[in-house]
Design a protein around this ligand. Structure first.
Ligand code: NAD
Length: 543
C-alpha cells in the first residue's frame, strides 16, 4: 500500500565514459575482456526461478574471431516456451499487485548496477559477442540501457498522474492496468540496450514477459538477466529463452493469454508475425498490442550550400560505425554535383586512416559484421555492384571471412537512383551515393521520398534555411527521426525518441511515454457520492 505520492529521481542522460589512454575505465575493460576471453561460459535459459540447461549446446564466438569459443548456450524447444509462458502467467498476479514505486525501485537499481559494478562486464560482453568498439558498446550497452531504465520510470509516473476532471458530486479516476495476459519480447542482435528495454518496458508497467533474444546477442543478454535478477525482478516476471523464432511463435501466437508483442528486427519477420497474429485473432482473450520497430534505408540529402567536410564526416560516421549495422545507418546519399568531388576527397582521406580489426584493439574503428549469413549477403550486394555498369566502386569493396567476418567500408556511386543498393536494406558497411544535378534539389527530395518503402531516419545538410525548410516539409513522412546538419544515427533517450513509420515500424518511440502507453490498458472509474433516488428527469413533466 502506498502512503505517499512519491517523486522519482529526475533522470539525466548517463555520461559517456571516454576510455582514453590511462583512464580507469580503460584499465577495467581491458581486464574484463581478458577475463572473458580466458574462459568458456555455459549460459542457461532463465525460466521462473530456474536456470535451465539442455543437451543442445550451441557455441558463441566473437564475429571478429570466429574460431574462438566464448562459451555455449542451451537451446530450448517448444516445451521451454510453454514453461516460460506458464512462469509468466504464474508470476502475473503478484507482480501487477506490487505498488508502482517498488517496481520503479527495481528498475532504478538495475540502471545503477549497470552504471557501476556491471558496466565493464556488459560492455566487454557486447564487444566480444557483437563486435562493437568500446565506444559503440559504451553508448549502447551502458548508457542507452541505463537511460531507458531511468527515463521510463519517470514516464511511468507521468502516465499514472494523468487524471480526468471530476464534476461536482462525483470523482473520476483513471488507472493504468497492465495487459491481461503476457507480453512476448523478440529482440535483435544489434543493440544490447534494445534487447534489455523490450522486456523491461512492459515489465515496468506491471506485465510479465517471455523474452526471446537473437542467438547472436545471447552472450550479452546473459549479463542483462543477471542484472535484472540482482536488482530484484521477481522470478517469472522476465523469462529468457533461446528457442528458434518459428518454434517460439507456434506456441505463443496460439496461446489465448498472448497480450502483446514487443518486437525489434527486420521488416519481413515483423510482417510475418503480424499476419500470424491476425490469422489467430479469434484465439485471444484480448486484442494483442503489436509494437514493432523494423528496418531502414536511411538517407543523407545534401543541398548545394552544404559544407562538404561536414557532409563527409556525417556520412563516414553515419554509414560505417558498427559496420553499418544500425537500423539508423546512413546507407543512401544524395549529393549535388557541385560538392561531390570535395565530399569524395574528404571521405577517401578518412577511409585511408580508418583501421579495421577486432574491437579489443582500441585503434580499430571498423570491426566485423555479426555472422556468416550477414557477411555473405553483404558480399553478394558488393559483387553485384562490381559487375554492374551502372555502379562505380569509389572505396572499399573487399571482404574476408577467414578469421572474422570483415567487410571493408564500401562506397558505391550509382548512376541509377533506383539501383538495388539505393533501395534495399543491406545492414552492412555499404554506402551508395547518387550524385544529382546541382540545381535539381526538389527532384532529389522527390527521389528520397519515393525510393524505398522505409521511413526510419534521414538527414539534410544545408546552409540555406529555405532548403532546410523545404526538405523538412516535403520529407515529413520519409523519416521518424529527422536530422538537420547531423548524421542520422545516435538517437539519445529523452532527447530524440526513436522510431520510424511506413515499413519501418509502428513508430511507438522506444524510450518515451508513447511506448509505455502500449503496455497498459486504462480503466476509468466513476464514483458518485450521493446517488439519485428518483429515475424521473425534469423533462418528463409536461407543464
Ligand atoms: P531479425 O529480423 O533477423 O531478427 C530479430 C529477432 O526476430 C531475432 O530474435 C530473431 O530470432 C527473431 N525471429 C526471426 N524470425 C522469427 C520468426 N519467424 N518468429 C519469431 N521470431 C523470429 O533482425 P536482426 O538481424 O536481429 O536485426 C536487424 C534488423 O533489425 C534490421 O532490419 C534493423 O533495421 C532492425 N532494427 C530496427 C530497429 C528500430 O528501432 N527500427 C532497431 C534495431 C534493429
Amino acid at each position: 500500500m502506498s502512503t505517499g505520492f512519491f517523486n522519482v529521481p529526475e533522470p539525466v542522460n548517463e555520461p559517456v565514459l571516454s576510455y582514453a589512454p590511462g583512464s580507469k575505465e580503460k584499465k577495467e575493460i581491458k581486464a574484463k575482456l581478458a577475463e572473458l576471453r580466458g574462459k568458456q561460459l555455459d549460459v542457461p535459459m532463465y525460466i521462473g526461478g530456474e536456470e535451465i540447461k539442455t543437451d543442445r549446446k550451441l557455441p558463441m564466438s566473437p564475429p571478429h574471431d570466429h574460431q574462438h569459443i566464448l562459451g555455449y548456450f542451451s537451446e530450448g524447444d517448444a516445451s521451454h516456451v510453454e514453461q516460460a509462458v506458464n512462469a509468466a502467467l504464474g508470476a502475473k498476479d503478484a507482480w501487477e499487485e506490487m505498488a508502482w514505486e517498488q517496481r520503479a525501485a527495481i528498475f532504478l537499481k538495475a540502471a545503477d548496477l549497470i552504471a557501476g559494478p556491471y558496466r565493464a562486464e556488459i560492455n566487454a560482453a557486447t564487444m566480444l559477442g557483437q563486435s562493437k568498439t568500446v565506444f559503440q558498446a559504451e553508448i549502447d550497452s551502458a548508457c542507452e540501457i541505463i537511460d531507458f531504465l531511468r527515463f521510463n520510470v519517470q514516464y511511468m509516473t507521468q502516465i499514472y498522474s494523468e487524471q480526468p476532471q471530476s464534476a461536482p458530486g462525483i470523482w473520476n479516476r483513471l488507472e493504468q492496468r497492465p495487459l491481461e495476459g503476457f507480453v512476448f519480447a523478440i529482440t535483435p542482435f544489434n543493440f544490447t540496450a534494445i534487447a534489455g528495454n523490450l522486456p523491461a518496458a512492459p515489465a515496468l508497467m506491471g506485465n510479465t514477459v517471455v523474452w526471446k533474444p537473437s542467438y547472436t546477442q545471447i552472450y550479452s543478454a546473459r549479463v542483462l538477466m543477471e542484472v535484472f535478477k540482482e536488482a530484484g525482478v521477481p522470478d517469472g516476471v522476465i523469462n529468457l529463452i533461446y528457442v528458434d523464432g518459428p518454434v517460439a511463435g507456434e506456441v505463443i501466437f496460439n496461446h489465448p493469454d498472448f497480450a502483446g508483442l514487443h518486437f525489434t528486427g527486420s521488416t519481413g519477420v515483423f510482417q510475418q508475425l503480424w499476419k500470424t497474429i491476425g490469422n489467430n485473432i479469434h484465439k485471444y482473450k484480448t486484442y494483442p498490442r503489436i509494437v514493432g520497430e523494423t528496418g531502414g534505408k536511411d538517407f543523407v540529402l545534401a543541398h548545394k550550400s552544404a559544407d562538404p567536410q561536414e557532409v563527409a564526416t556525417g556520412l563516414i560516421r553515419g554509414a560505417f560505425e558498427f559496420q553499418g549495422q544500425k537500423c539508423s545507418a546512413a546507407s543512401r546519399a544524395y549529393i549535388p554535383a557541385n560538392i561531390w568531388e570535395d565530399v569524395k576527397k574528404y571521405m577517401l582521406a578518412d577511409l585511408e586512416e580508418i583501421k579495421m580489426g577486432g574491437p579489443e584493439d582500441f585503434t580499430n574503428f571498423v570491426t566485423a559484421v555479426i555472422d556468416e549469413r550477414s557477411f555473405d549477403k553483404i558480399a553478394t550486394y558488393i559483387d553485384e555492384a562490381k559487375a554492374s555498369p551502372l555502379v562505380e566502386v569509389v572505396a572499399g569493396g573487399n571482404y574476408d571471412k577467414s578469421k572474422g567476418y570483415f567487410v571493408e567500408p564500401t562506397i558505391l556511386k550509382a548512376e541509377d537512383n533506383q539501383y538495388t543498393t539505393m533501395c534495399e536494406e543491406i545492414f552492412g558497411p555499404v554506402l551508395t551515393v547518387y550524385v544529382y544535378d546541382t540545381e535539381f534539389f526538389e527532384e532529389a527530395i522527390y527521389m528520397v521520398n519515393n525510393t524505398s518503402p522505409y521511413a526510419l531516419t534521414g538527414a539534410i545538410f544545408s546552409k540555406d534555411r529555405y532548403a532546410i525548410e523545404l526538405a523538412t516539409k516535403k520529407l515529413k513522412h520519409a523519416a521518424g527521426n529527422f536530422y538537420i546538419n547531423d548524421k542520422p544515427t545516435g538517437a539519445v533517450v529523452g532527447q530524440q525518441p526513436f522510431g520510424g513509420s511506413r515499413a519501418s515500424g509502428t513508430n511507438d518511440k522506444a524510450g518515451s511515454m508513447l511506448n509505455l502507453l502500449r503496455w497498459v490498458s486504462p480503466r476509468t472509474i466513476k464514483e458518485t457520492f450521493v446517488p439519485p433516488t428518483d429515475y424521473k428527469y425534469p423533462f418528463l413533466g409536461e407543464e
